[in-house]
Design a protein around this ligand. Structure first.
Ligand SMILES: Cc1cc2nc3c(=O)[nH]c(=O)nc-3n(C[C@H](O)[C@H](O)[C@H](O)COP(=O)(O)O)c2cc1C
Length: 197
């Protein structure tokens, strides 16, 4: 298998990290890989808000956990079922989930909130591609990551203003990066989803 395929196959969502900082040089390299993602009409809509201070990460994590739990009753059963399976698993841990010291960012040394302007209907797809580039670049450099959809709840957190995100932008995703302290098993992939015409 070539190095690119190896990196793709070896990437996992990692949720336990060593207490080891990631250098600014590496962060910059990852962001640059993110910038190389394709984007609709080449709008490159992403902006990156980097958080590395441990106390800020813990505070955001707690507040996001609270906001996410609060939003469940408003989601309606249909949307809850639609939500990402792992997020549901996390939410189903209920109170335990909230009691964890860092329930959303799992002790990662770097959290990147990725935003785009609110009026861009393609931004979600663009940011997904950008984030995948970041995660694969991280893997190729010996780091691991996890995309965190819960990150968008930062917009409902008390401390949101700390990020200084302009009102015209919205947080679409967060991604956590660090040196892994767990080796998750690969989730088996569904393969009955191909239709040749
Ligand atoms: C858009 C998106 C949002 C996600 N949000 C979360 C999240 O909020 N919390 C989390 O722990 N994992 C989250 N994940 C990670 C998925 O749970 C994970 O990718 C999935 O279980 C497959 O595992 P793998 O990445 O190891 O193959 C998210 C993944 C994606 C693509």
């Amino acid at each position: 298998m070539n190095e690119t395929l190896k990196t793709i196959y070896e990437r996992r969502a990692v949720r336990k990290f060593k207490d080891k900082a990631v250098t600014k040089e590496i962060i910059e390299q990852l962001l640059d890989a993110g910038r190389m993602a394709p984007s609709a009409i080449n709008r490159q809509p992403w902006k990156f808000y980097i958080v590395t201070k441990k106390e800020d990460i813990k505070l955001f994590s707690k507040e996001i956990g609270t906001a996410a739990l609060k939003s469940i009753p408003q989601m309606g059963i249909k949307n809850i079922v639609k939500a990402a399976a792992s997020s549901i698993t996390h939410l189903s841990h209920g109170i335990d989930f909230l009691k964890a010291p860092d329930p959303v960012f799992h002790g990662a040394p770097v959290v990147i909130f990725i935003t785009a302007e609110k009026d861009n209907e393609w931004a979600g797809l663009d940011i997904g591609m950008c984030t995948q580039n970041i995660m694969l670049a991280a893997k190729s450099l010996g780091l691991d990551s996890c995309p965190v959809g819960f990150g968008k709840f930062i917009m409902q957190a008390k401390s949101y203003s700390k990020l200084n995100i302009p009102a015209k932008e919205q947080v679409l995703l967060a991604v956590i990066i660090g040196y892994r302290d767990e080796s998750p098993e690969v989730h088996e992939r569904k393969r009955d989803n191909v239709i040749y015409i």
